[in-house]
Design a protein around this ligand. Structure first.
Ligand code: ADP
Ligand code: G6P
Length: 476
């Protein structure tokens, strides 16, 4: 493994998590979430280095972890102690920033010791990037856990080109300014040459903050800071659509999709939800709307079956524990009232699944229900569309997911509005097949042209264009 790289990805997580098996031996499991889904195919193409945390705790006082190869990727693990996991990851990243950036759906908490660890861990990531990046390398920093890294890295390595992409929403000034360390975060991000967001609204929120907080003079897609131009733009992220097409055509996956429908009792319609078990995803109201339609006698559980996959996530954070209890109570109540032996009304799975099984579920489902209260993009919605090769199937999609700006032919819904959700379910359950196909084909055409490689290329091209204007080299 070469010690320097001209393309470096810096993200809180590596694409794989270290897991200790029952016999005490270690193995690797794919990390959860959309960031890994999107960035992994790009890394394979660029043959770069990936700096991130392996998802487990390193004892206090242990030295740095050695780099390793996994499935053809060069990985540089960052060690986090139990205390850093509690304060930097579960604390500041996931109890301060995550809820705040998602409309403060649950209240954000701020603690000075969490912030101190956030700064220290960001510095560790920046030091590692400075060490690994070759002269003039392109270093691409990702997501809310690492917002201070661009500035820290620029101080260490002014020669490298720094891109930053936020995978989650970016809130308006009115919410962002709650953060006691708001200036440091904005200054941290401005260390990059290019700051990318999922939507134009998020980019505009950030530009406005540079004016409100730092008294800078932002232009439409850039801002001047310390004699440098920082570009600020939206780059809606996507998926490796071709990889999904390959899986959809696999005879094993097709057979598995048929088996799933058979096991469900061959219902007329199968509805599907696939999410991390997160309070931003709107799983509660999605299920309540389904329950009320059963209560009202508008649907029956023989006719319409729901499958909800809820991937375990951030399980030591209190709000996530409470959410799990709430969702499992709701599923239990619905099944207690409407299920029969061997045929629950809601089939609930709380574990990570292999990609093949997810694709079989996408293939089997007539209706995909994606109803987050707020979501940067939502790749599940795009994955479903990518899997519907024959143009069948329907997507119910929240207006508050970034994906709704692109998948305009979906059945858009306000996830807070239970009556609206119920009406939308009924509309889709009774929709005309020709209308469904027209919508799905339009979304598929869009996705074919806007896959994850297109996303990465637009980002890199934007960096190159800026660099050429400044008379420096290219990011390729
Ligand atoms: P988020 O990034 O908030 O988790 P996204 O919808 O953007 O939401 O991305 C979720 C990713 O995780 C998708 O690529 C999806 O296929 C994957 N995923 C979701 N649930 C599971 C599961 N149970 N097992 C494996 N992968 C999953
Ligand atoms: C979202 C975030 C990612 C995060 C993922 C899984 O996709 O944008 O940064 O990695 O969720 O969450 P976790 O806390 O398990 O890394």
């Amino acid at each position: 493994m070469s010690s320097k790289s001209d393309f470096v990805v810096v993200a809180n997580r590596l694409p794989v998590d270290r897991v200790v098996d029952a016999d005490g031996s270690g193995s690797w499991r794919r990390s959860p979430g959309g960031l890994v889904t999107a960035v992994e195919p790009l890394m394979r193409k660029r043959d770069g280095a990936w700096i991130g945390w392996a998802g487990d705790a390193t004892p206090e006082g242990d030295g740095p972890l050695p780099p390793f190869e996994n499935d053809g990727l060069s990985l540089y693990p960052i060690a986090l102690t139990e205390n850093e996991i509690a304060w930097y990851y579960e604390g500041f990243s996931n109890t301060s920033l995550w809820p705040l950036y998602h409309d403060a759906i649950v209240p954000a908490e701020y603690h000075r010791e969490w912030w101190t660890k956030y700064v220290a861990v960001n510095q560790r990531f920046a030091d590692a990037a400075a060490e690994i990046a070759d002269t003039d390398a392109f270093v691409w920093v990702h997501d809310y856990q690492l917002q201070l890294v661009p500035k820290m890295l620029r101080e260490l390595r002014p020669d490298v080109r720094i891109g930053y992409f936020l995978h989650i929403p970016f809130p308006p000034t009115e919410l962002f300014t709650q953060i006691p360390w708001r200036r440091q975060i904005v200054e941290g991000l401005l260390g990059a040459d290019l700051v990318g967001f999922q939507t134009p609204g998020a980019a505009a929120n950030f530009l406005r903050l540079t004016r409100d907080l730092l008294q800078l003079k932002p232009a439409r897609q850039s801002v001047e800071v310390d004699g440098r131009t920082v570009r600020v733009r939206a780059f809606p992220i996507s998926i490796d659509a071709e990889a999904f097409t390959d899986l959809v055509n696999s005879p094993d996956v097709i057979a598995r999709a048929e088996q799933i429908r058979h096991d469900l009792g061959n219902p007329r319609r199968m509805m599907l939800g696939i999410d991390r078990l997160d309070y931003t995803k709107g799983i509660d109201k999605r299920l309540e709307a389904f329950e009320e339609l059963l209560d009202d006698g508008k649907i029956s559980s023989e006719d319409v079956v729901m499958v909800q996959v809820a991937t375990p996530s951030r399980e030591r954070v209190e709000q996530y524990r409470m959410l799990r209890e709430q969702i499992e109570r709701t599923v239990g109540r619905i099944n207690g009232t409407y299920g029969s032996v061997g045929n629950p009304a809601v089939n609930y799975i709380h574990r990570s699944l292999p990609r093949e099984e997810l694709v079989a579920l996408y293939l089997a489902a007539d209706i995909m229900v994606v109803t987050p209260y707020r979501d940067g993009m939502n790749l599940v919605a795009k994955e479903y569309v990518a899997c519907r090769q024959d143009g069948t199937g329907a997507l119910v999609l929240s207006e508050f997911a970034g994906a709704s700006l692109e998948l305009k032919q979906a059945f858009l819904v306000n996830p807070y509005d239970i009556e609206g959700l119920k009406a939308k379910y009924l509309e889709v359950l009774n929709a005309d097949e020709a209308d469904l196909k027209k919508r799905m084909r339009a979304m598929r055409r869009y996705l074919q042209r806007h896959d994850v490689m297109h996303w990465a290329q637009t980002f890199v091209d934007d960096m190159d264009a800026a660099r050429e204007r400044d008379g420096r080299g290219s990011a390729r």
